[in-house]
Design a protein around this ligand. Structure first.
Ligand code: HMG
Ligand code: MG
Length: 296
C-alpha cells in the first residue's frame, strides 16, 4: 500500500514559541509518547542560541534522557557548527539546517543573508556526513513572507536547489506563516521539483489561515510523500508574528488514513497524546480530530 512518512514537529517547532518554560521532563515524556504512537521521525530538539530561543535551551538534556525506541529517528535543528557539535554530543540521529526563500525572513531568523547561510551550512553538512548523519534542509517562507509578502516559485526553487546541491538529503518546504493556498502550493512544488527529486521533498505547512490540509492534499496529489506536522497543532514561529502551529498531526493522520495512505501511526494513541500535552500546556487542542475523536 502507498504510504506517507510523517516527521513529527511537536517537541521542536511545537514548543519553541511557548511563552512559559516547559519543564524538561514534560518535553522528554512528549517525545517518548510520540514514539509510542508509531511515529518514526521526531524532531526532538534545537541547538540554537539560548538567547534567541530560550525555550529550546535544554535540547541536550532532552536528547540524552529520552528512552529511545528502535527504528525511530530523533533529530535536531543545527544552524551552525556549534549547534552540530552539541547535537552530536547529545546523540542526535539526524540534523537540520534552515534558511529561507526570503532575505528579510532569513535575517530575522538566523541573522545573516541567504547566501551567508549557505556558506555557514557547508561545514555543518561536511561534519554531519562524516559522522554518518543525514541532514535535512529547511526552506522557510515558501508560500509567503511576513516581511516581503509574495514569494515566487522560482525563488523557492533556487534556494531548495542550492541546499540539495550542497548535500542536504531531504528538503522541507515551509509555509512558515500559513498563507498559501492549493494552487500556489502546486506552482511552488512544480518549480522546486525541477531542482530536487520529488522523493526528497517534504511539506511543512503551518495552519494559520486554515489552509494546511487543503495544501497538503494538493501536494499529495502531485506525488509528495513526506509531511511535517505537530501533535495538537502546537507551535508558532518566534520570527513570524501571528503564525500558528504546524498542521495538526492528528488531522493529517485522519486525512491520510481516509485516503488509504499508510502512516504506521496509531491515531487513538496520538489523540491521547495531543490531549495530554494540551492539558499540560494549558492550551486549547489545535487538532480538530483531537477534539472530535471517540475510539470505536
Ligand atoms: P548570531 O548572533 O548571528 O551568531 O546568531 P553568533 O555566531 O555571532 O553567536 C552569538 C551568540 O550565540 C554567541 O554567544 C554564540 O556562542 C551563541 P555569546 O558569545 O553572545 O554568549 N551561539 C550559540 N549558542 C548555542 N547554540 C548555537 C549557537 N550559535 C551561536 N548553535 C544564530 C546566529 C543562528 C545562532 C541565531 O540567529 C539563532 O540561534 N537563531 C535561532 C533561530 C531559530 O531557532 N528559529 C526558529 C527555528 S526555524 C523555524 O521554526 C522554521 C521552520 O520550522 C520551517 C518553517 O516553518 O518555515 C524550520
Ligand atoms: Mg515551522
Amino acid at each position: 500500500m502507498d504510504s506517507v512518512r510523517l516527521v513529527e514537529m511537536g517537541p521542536r517547532d511545537g514548543l519553541q514559541n511557548e511563552p512559559v518554560q516547559v519543564p524538561t521532563h514534560i518535553k522528554i515524556e512528549l517525545v517518548e509518547r510520540l514514539a509510542d504512537c508509531g511515529l518514526t521521525h521526531i524532531e526532538a530538539a534545537s541547538f540554537v542560541s539560548p538567547k534567541w530561543v530560550p525555550q529550546m535551551a535544554d535540547g541536550s538534556e532532552v536528547l540524552t534522557a529520552i528512552r529511545r525506541r528502535q527504528g525511530v529517528i530523533y533529530s535536531a535543528l543545527t544552524p551552525n557548527v556549534k549547534g552540530l557539535e552539541a547535537a552530536l554530543a547529545a546523540g542526535a540521529d539526524e540534523v537540520a539546517v534552515f534558511t529561507a526563500a526570503s532575505e528579510s525572513f532569513c535575517r530575522k531568523n538566523i541573522n545573516c543573508s541567504v547566501a551567508q547561510s549557505l556558506e555557514r551550512f557547508t561545514p555543518v553538512l561536511q561534519l554531519a556526513h562524516e559522522h554518518g548523519l543525514r541532514v535535512r534542509g529547511y526552506v522557510s517562507t515558501v508560500l509567503g513572507c511576513p516581511y516581503e509578502g509574495d514569494i515566487t516559485p522560482a525563488a523557492v526553487a533556487r534556494v531548495a536547489g542550492a541546499l540539495y546541491r550542497l548535500g542536504c538529503d531531504e528538503i522541507s518546504l515551509g509555509d512558515t506563516i500559513g498563507t498559501g493556498t492549493p494552487k500556489k502550493a502546486i506552482a511552488m512544488l512544480s518549480a522546486v521539483r525541477q531542482e530536487v527529486p520529488l522523493a526528497r521533498l517534504a511539506a511543512h505547512f503551518h495552519d494559520t489561515y486554515g489552509q494546511a490540509l487543503a495544501n497538503l492534499y494538493a501536494v499529495l496529489e502531485q506525488g509528495l510523500r513526506i509531511i511535517d506536522s505537530s501533535v495538537a497543532g502546537l507551535g508558532g514561529c518566534p520570527y513570524a508574528k501571528g503564525a500558528t502551529g504546524n498542521v495538526a498531526s492528528e488531522d493529517v493522520v485522519y486525512l491520510l488514513h481516509g485516503l488509504g495512505l499508510e502512516t504506521g501511526v496509531n491515531l487513538d494513541r496520538l489523540v491521547h497524546t495531543g490531549r495530554w500535552i494540551s492539558r499540560r500546556l494549558g492550551r486549547v487542542n489545535g487538532a480538530k480530530t483531537g477534539l472530535a475523536w471517540h475510539p470505536n
